[in-house]
Ligand binder design. Structure first.
Ligand code: HAM
Length: 440
């Protein structure tokens, strides 16, 4: 088949009608969860001042260095398509003086984000995120509860084999010392690092811990671990988070290399994965060993340092985001069932122009009474319309031909018994209502 001339931009996709039901289900689950935990919805613009991200997310991050869509406006403003939602929420918090509202402030969002990444499975250039943020709260209980909320959302969506990874990446008291240690360690092994990390480690050695390149993976397995170098405050904060996770029975595992790809984090960081286990068959077709694939559904953490980078005041905060396309990928693998769409009770068939005119009005009368009704106003053949009514599973077909239109009548055909009645057009809605009530 010849390809259409225009395609959606690379890495960006249409959300087609058959996928909307996944979006809708995810949205409903998140909205209920957010309401339960007292979060209020916020929407920020899709573009922001680019500096918000270079300062907030960090100048040395891949997101800012390689993945931001930036452009200059005619008025010489330097804007970026938002690559994430946390810095915009913090910007909005300052801009609207939300620090005067009762604290903590709990906000959530659901919308599209943009990163110019190399497109691959589960990685898009426009993707949807669900984010939850709690501002002006430093208690570790909130870190644990944030993880709990994300876990609850995924569980409610019936996603299986969920794994939570947690780590602490310290704060401005202890991280500089650890960074120096790590930097010294990496410098001694610089020649063995991948090309990107040779550059990365000078600006932020933590980025190397995030690198998926095999050479770097080997080096990092012997690297000093941040958990051994946390200051007392970060240490006791993290201990409490872990105790609370245990208290609520969340299945977490420590990952001392989890640093996240954004610079604003302090103390707790987390990611949630779903793991798919495939049993491999050996040459004789017998069940052999297993292969495991994990898909990162979401991540987040505490970001006490972000507010000072973009505003005037310290705001302790914690939050996270889930990727909607990734969740849908996991839901399709289960697979999730959706209830069938309800059949229309009535089908309205018409023949001729006067009949069509009367039908349009009658159709509206049914809508006002909330009776499910279908039509095919674009086709005049009675055979076609009856076939369609049959396919849709409508119990009653209303037929208005030229004669009926002139006499103000409608033929009501019961598709189950085949019986037909003539009913006055003004009476047909109440007549159908009466018949439907009888079937209930
Ligand atoms: P993030 O880890 O960059 O965090 O993104 C969160 C989730 O968004 C990822 O786990 C993934 O599911 C999804 N995601 C990210 N990039 C892509 C992509 N290119 N294609 C498809 N899905 C993607 C943040 O964005 C932070 N703002 C989270 C946060 C909120 N931290 C504190 N508050």
């Amino acid at each position: 088949m010849k390809q259409a001339k225009f395609q959606s931009p690379t890495g960006m996709h249409d959300v087609l009608p058959e996928t909307q039901k996944y979006f809708q289900r995810i949205y409903n689950v998140v909205e209920n969860m957010a309401n339960f935990y007292g979060f209020k919805r916020i929407d920020t613009p899709i573009v922001e001042n680019a500096e918000l991200f270079s300062r907030g997310v960090g100048i040395s991050t891949d997101i800012v260095q390689k993945q931001m869509y930036i452009f200059k406006t005619r008025g010489d403003d330097f804007l970026a398509l938002r690559p994430e939602g946390t810095a915009p929420v913090m910007r909005s918090f300052f801009q609207h003086g939300m620090f005067n509202l009762p604290q903590p402030l709990k906000l959530w969002y659901f919308g599209p984000f943009f990163r110019a990444e190399n497109p691959q499975a589960g990685r898009y250039r426009q993707f949807w995120q669900i984010g939850l943020e709690v501002l002006e709260e430093q208690n570790p209980a909130v870190d644990a509860q944030m993880i709990q909320i994300f876990y609850n959302i995924l569980q409610e969506l019936k996603i299986k084999n969920l794994i939570i990874e947690v780590n602490s990446i310290g704060d401005s008291q202890c991280r500089p010392y650890y960074k120096k240690l790590l930097s010294n360690y990496l410098r001694a092994r610089e020649s063995a690092l991948c090309g990107d990390c040779k550059k990365r480690f000078r600006k932020n050695p933590l980025r190397v811990l995030d690198c998926k390149d095999e050479k770097c993976q080997q080096i990092k397995s012997q690297a000093p671990q941040i958990l051994d170098h946390l200051c007392d405050e970060c240490n006791s904060h993290f201990k409490e988070v872990l105790e609370l996770l245990e208290e609520v029975g969340l299945p977490y595992r420590l990952n001392s290399y989890l640093v996240r790809g954004l610079d604003y984090y302090t103390k707790t960081v987390f990611e949630i994965f779903t793991e798919t286990i495939t049993k491999n068959k050996d040459q004789e077709g017998e069940q052999g060993d297993e292969s495991r694939k994990s898909l990162a559904l979401g991540g987040g953490g505490r970001y006490d340092a972000l507010a000072k980078l973009i505003g005037k005041k310290d705001v302790p905060a914690v939050g996270g985001a889930l990727g909607v396309e990734r969740i849908i990928q996991a839901m399709k693998a289960i697979p999730v069932k959706f209830p069938a769409e309800p059949n229309p009770h009535v089908f309205l068939a018409q023949l001729g122009s006067l009949a069509k005119r009367k039908s349009l009005k009658l159709f509206e009368d049914f809508r006002k009474e909330r009776i499910l009704i279908a039509e095919s106003f674009g086709r005049d053949s009675l055979k076609f319309q009856l076939n369609k009514a049959n396919k849709l599973g409508a119990r009653y077909v209303l037929i208005i031909g030229q004669k009926e239109a002139l006499e103000g009548m409608v033929i009501v055909k019961d598709m189950e018994s085949g019986k037909q009645d003539n009913v006055k057009i003004e009476k047909v809605v109440s007549e159908i209502k009466r018949k439907l009530k009888r079937h209930k």
